[in-house]
Ligand binder design. Structure first.
Ligand code: SF4
Length: 559
């Protein structure tokens, strides 16, 4: 019999961490160091923390100055005005005076110093916002459409909270380290009943979409539920599994994949269904090679039938056949929208999710004055809810005074753009993303305007590496960092999020990213059918190819 492969170092770090404690508390108390080392770097992630350094300063510094990214997990992205104002105040006090809305409805600070970590996390928890399980090998922030748009939306948002609660780790480490809660003295060994001492083989991303709106990009996650609706009623869910964006350049055995339908789940079993998918991953995911440790690789090895069988054996009810669905769109929820109760919500576009300067101040003033609900979208934007007509008018006055463009004034490419943070904070970045996308968008906007296509929606995404945090491979157009100043260009996804793109051009200089797209954009201008998006047009040009289920790290240029 073949020996089982040795567990990866991270597995041993988790196992040896005493249920997520490591030596974090001791290092926090040590004034002689600005950072953590060794296994604690893995442990910290489970607490929603990444140790980072400013890579811009790397060459000048004689020694590393560590700073920390601290991320809140906010199921369905729902906050009260009071919570938002507290998070905003923390950014000023302990972060670098900005808030970053993540692509998964979380909110993160960059630039927090070690000495301020505890105060930051305690202040967040004061308003019941946690950072626990926002990162790490665990079920991450549970996404759901955040729009306050009626009974179906309320139901999926509540379900997101319920699943998040169900899959929280049991360890008290977080409360002991950050919130000074008393250590429970017991003769019984501590247990982590669901996760065990090694937690998951890697991260697990999950979300809930609605059959009419895929704003959360459900096919890109390890596990997803799609609510099947009948008017105001949810009659069950399609369960989809095995999606994921990350891959590695030039490694053909790594790939982005779309989640596949596993079956129909009755409403009363939705929480158990998600827990069961996570449990299968926990028990069978790869624990020796982290590059292959996502659920999509288990799916590729097993095939969907074996996965379904394993799932079925673990539950007492019958998984039905998945329901065929018409293609859903992905609403951006921007601008003034009716809530259905006489009030309105208003979606604000936040470029790359980075809220800072006059814009952040204006949002703070709006939230202070109008006390709306605040919700984060999966497209890095903010919704302000429960507004009267007068509230909407006041909000627009304040935004204009701060020089903020209103959503209807944005071009179709800017409005639907996303970018990951990349340099200078992300340790994995190969190229710029958030800092580069404004210039790329300006050039793209100029070309599209010239072609009379300024207002046509185009989803544009940029990432600093192929890990794909801004979900590049389901967009109309994406730029994925190869090395400093160099990108691969992908084309051919679509708003419904149910199709992967193709590698359109490899190793393109940043200054030529738009130039390389120009011939395609011109053909799109002249040959597009009524309402045809860029990704759809591109795929029609190559209509003889089967749709992709995966996109590997070593593709040939197709165009
Ligand atoms: Fe960092 Fe890559 Fe994720 Fe961007 S996509 S934030 S560069 S890991």
């Amino acid at each position: 019999m073949k020996d089982a492969p040795a567990p990866s170092k991270v597995e041993l770090a988790k196992e040896g961490s005493n249920f997520l404690r490591g030596t974090v508390e001791q290092t926090l108390a040590d004034p002689t160091t600005s950072g953590f080392a060794g296994d604690d770097l893995q442990v910290l992630k489970f607490h929603g923390i990444y140790q980072q350094e400013n890579r811009d300063l790397r060459r000048q510094a004689t020694e590393k100055t560590h700073t920390f990214m601290i991320r809140a997990a906010i199921p369905a992205g729902i906050l009260t005005a009071r919570q938002y104002l507290q998070l905003d105040a923390i950014a000023e006090r302990y972060g670098n005076a900005n808030l970053r809305v993540t692509t998964r409805q979380g909110l993160q600070y960059h630039g927090v110093l070690k000495g301020d970590m505890k105060a930051t996390i305690a202040a967040m928890n004061e308003e019941l916002v946690t950072t626990l399980a926002a990162c790490g090998d665990i079920e991450r922030n549970l996404m759901a459409c955040p729009a306050p748009a009626g009974a179906v939306h309320r139901m999926v948002q509540e379900l997101a909270r319920e699943i998040a609660r169900d899959l929280q780790p049991a360890s008290r480490a977080y409360h002991e380290i950050w919130l000074d809660e008393e250590k429970i003295v017991s003769t019984e060994p501590e247990e982590e009943p669901f996760y065990g001492e090694r937690y998951l083989p890697r991260k697990f991303k999950a979300g809930i979409a609605i059959d009419t709106d895929n704003c959360v990009d459900i096919y890109t996650y390890d596990g997803g539920l799609i609510a099947l609706t009948d008017g105001n009623i949810v009659r069950g869910f399609n369960l989809v599994v095995g999606g994921g964006q990350g891959m590695t350049h030039n490694k053909p055995d790594t790939f982005a994949a779309l989640a596949q339908p596993l079956g129909f789940v009755p409403v009363e079993h939705a929480v158990e269904a998600m827990r069961t998918v996570v449990a299968v991953f926990r028990d069978f995911g790869n624990r020796s090679d982290r590059r292959h440790a996502r659920l999509k690789y288990l799916l590729a090895e097993w095939g969907i039938e074996r996965f379904r069988q394993e799932f079925q054996e673990r539950v007492t009810w019958k998984l039905g056949d998945p329901v065929e669905l018409p293609r859903a769109e992905a609403h951006d929820h921007l601008g003034k929208q009716p809530q259905g109760d006489g009030n309105f919500y208003y979606g604000l576009f936040i470029q790359s999710g980075r809220l800072e300067g006059a814009y952040r101040a204006a949002v703070r003033q709006i939230v202070t004055e109008l006390q709306p609900g605040v919700r984060l979208t999966g497209q890095q934007n903010l919704l302000l809810t429960d507004l009267t007509q007068e509230g909407v008018e006041r909000l627009e006055v304040l935004l204009r005074a701060a020089g903020v463009a209103l959503p209807h004034e944005l071009s179709g490419a800017v409005r639907h753009s996303m970018a990951c943070p990349a340099l200078p904070t992300c340790g994995l970045a190969l190229a710029e993303s958030e800092r580069a996308i404004p210039e790329v968008l300006r050039e793209l906007e100029a070309v599209l305007t010239h072609l009379g296509l300024r207002d046509v929606p185009v989803s544009v995404r940029m990432t600093g590496c192929p890990n794909g945090c801004a979900r590049p491979y389901t967009a109309d157009v994406a730029f994925v960092g190869r090395s400093l100043g160099l990108y691969n260009v992908y084309v051919g996804g679509r708003f419904a999020g149910d199709r992967l793109s193709d590698l359109f051009a490899a190793d393109v200089k940043q200054s030529e990213l738009v130039e390389v797209l120009k011939p395609l954009l011109m053909r799109w201008r002249w040959e597009r059918q009524v309402g045809e998006g860029l990704g759809d047009f591109y795929q029609r040009l190559h209509g003889d190819r089967p749709a992709r289920q995966t996109l590997t790290g070593k593709e040939q240029v197709v165009a």
